[in-house]
Design a protein around this ligand. Structure first.
Ligand code: CA
Length: 247
């Protein structure tokens, strides 16, 4: 199942969504990864066994691999080492997942060619940011650095936001909120979903925090009689108005 983005900002419209292979044997963690990656619009496949991972990669090399270190069958380390030795897989970005306490092993992970590693338990937004960064590096055309909707434009690389040409200054949370909304205009997000994706799954924050930050974002974006790009959906949450800037 792929999360369909009905209105993709025009600069990120591209041939197909990047394919990500998740290799993880902890079912709950795998579920969380697949759920979040699909919500970001990626095509996601999941396998829970090292041997199966090798088969899938050989059949159809993905655009990025999230690879658990400790797996039944062939280990993540070995998978990575073999990948790097193969001509057609050498350049696939790999994010290695390691458990705490395996820190000394990280060096080995990087030495066999992982591009990045994340220590469990990790923050989902941080992992998503790393996925985006690696994909952008590997396939710059696949992840747009600029998002545009109506008279608002956001540049992920320079972290700048402008509305109608004027500079908008946002705190890091407001920036991430706007970026998240702009990735999926029109889609309604519950406060819980926003908390999960902006603050991370481990965040124990009151849902009203979301209202506070959306309020700040609005205040920063709107001057005078400018239109409010954010819709409050009663009983549900928030959404970026996909018709914004069209009339
Ligand atoms: Ca494992």
């Amino acid at each position: 199942m792929n999360a369909a983005a009905p209105q993709t900002p025009r600069e990120s419209r591209n041939d197909r969504a990047p394919r990500i292979l998740v290799v993880e044997d902890e079912a709950a963690l795998a579920y969380l990864l697949v759920y979040n990656l699909e919500a970001e619009g990626y095509q996601v496949e999941h396998v829970d066994h090292g041997d199966e991972a090798e088969l899938r990669i050989a059949e159809s090399p993905p655009d990025l691999i999230i690879l658990d270190w400790m797996l039944p069958g062939v280990s993540g380390l070995e998978i990575c080492r073999r990948l790097r030795a193969r001509e057609n897989c050498r350049d696939i970005p790999v994010i290695m997942l390691t458990a705490r306490g395996e820190e000394s092993e990280r060096v080995r992970g990087l030495s066999v060619g992982a591009d990045d590693y994340v220590v469990k338990p990790f923050s989902t937004p941080e992992l998503m940011a790393r996925v985006r960064a690696l994909l952008r590096r590997a396939r710059p055309e696949r992840v747009a650095s600029k998002l545009l909707l109506g008279d608002i434009d956001l540049d992920r690389d320079t972290r700048r936001v402008r509305r109608g040409g004027r500079e908008i200054h946002l705190g890091p949370t407001e920036f991430r909120l706007l970026e998240y909304f702009m990735e999926k205009p029109g889609r309604v997000f519950t406060r819980a979903q926003l908390l999960d994706n902006i603050w991370g799954m481990s965040a124990e924050i009151d849902e009203r925090t979301v209202d506070v930050h959306v309020g700040r974002l609005r205040k920063a974006l709107i001057r005078g009689r400018e239109k409010d790009p954010i819709r409050t959906v009663r009983g549900s949450g928030y959404s970026l108005d996909e018709t914004f800037g069209r009339e």
